[in-house]
Write a protein that binds this ligand. Structure first.
Ligand SMILES: [Zn+2]
Length: 276
């Protein structure tokens, strides 16, 4: 199915935006082989009560239950690579078409694709914190060791290390969430990609943007509750659609400036707002 007019319209909105922001969910990482573990198809929740396997209360009582549950996902997170959707969004940021990316994903793939301004509202897997003494350490080697020996990673004090992902019952990272809200107040175009906008607080963010006058672009396989309020809706695969939008943004910016790509990116970097 061709989305040519919608892609052109989305690219036009992004390249004319003063401050465009992207909001991404699990759908951006599924082409990298990371399943949407909230999806009924995957069944990670259906087979397990999330309050038992993925809440901070049960983690404090028995971290092994959490580690056993996360094991298949952790293995995928260690080996996953950025896909064309991540790369397209990093390119859009570099060409000045996007100012920041707010994501629900904890896999760090936006940054690994080269994106600079990423707000991870559900935390990330790069570091882990001891739940007893709060010592923080890099997480990837701990997770890799766990995958080998199956033992809960522990701190010298005896407390279990918890990856810096937000579990049920835990507060979202306030500073990151406030920055995300600030982005909603500032943005004039919001690109939603790979999210059904069903999980709060991310589900509340588009409303804030719309209330502040932003125009909405939605790229998601399934319909979302915000489709009727969006200016452009594309029910397609983000890994197919976003590179096409990024290509059009870049081509038009280059043509408009009449300069080679190198000088465009230098120009974009020098005028970039340091505080996203
Ligand atoms: Zn400790």
């Amino acid at each position: 199915m061709s989305f040519e007019p919608e892609i052109e319209r989305a690219a036009a909105l992004l390249r004319n935006a003063r401050h465009a922001v992207a909001l991404t969910g699990a759908g951006v990482s599924t082409p990298s082989g990371i399943p949407d573990f909230r999806s009924p198809d995957y069944g990670l929740w259906e087979r397990n009560d999330p309050m038992i396997v993925a809440s901070i209360w049960s983690f404090r009582m028995n971290p092994q239950i959490f580690y056993s549950w996360i094991r298949p996902v952790a293995e995928l997170l260690l080996t996953a690579q950025p896909n064309p959707a991540h790369i397209a969004m990093a390119e859009m940021e570099q060409s000045g078409c996007l100012k920041s990316i707010i994501t629900q994903n904890v896999d760090g793939l936006h940054q690994r694709a080269g994106a600079q301004h990423v707000l991870e509202v559900h935390g990330h897997m790069r570091r882990a914190t001891c739940i007893r003494c709060y010592r923080e350490v890099p997480a990837m080697s701990l997770v890799a060791r766990y995958l080998l020996n199956g033992e809960t990673p522990r701190c010298e004090c005896g407390g279990a290390f918890k990856p810096n992902v937000i579990l049920m019952g835990e507060q979202l990272p306030v500073r990151v969430l406030n920055q995300a809200i600030d982005q909603m107040h500032r943005c004039d175009v919001l690109l939603v990609a790979g999210s059904s906008l069903e999980v709060v607080p991310v589900a509340d963010l588009p409303l804030l943007a719309i209330e502040h006058g932003a125009r909405l672009i939605i790229v998601n396989l399934e319909p979302t509750g915000f489709d009727p309020q969006a200016e452009v809706v594309i029910h397609g695969d983000v890994a197919d659609v976003l590179p096409l939008i990024a290509g059009q943004c870049r081509a038009t910016r280059e043509a408009a400036a009449g300069q080679p790509p190198e000088s465009i990116s230098l120009k974009a970097a020098s005028t970039e707002d340091p505080a996203i």
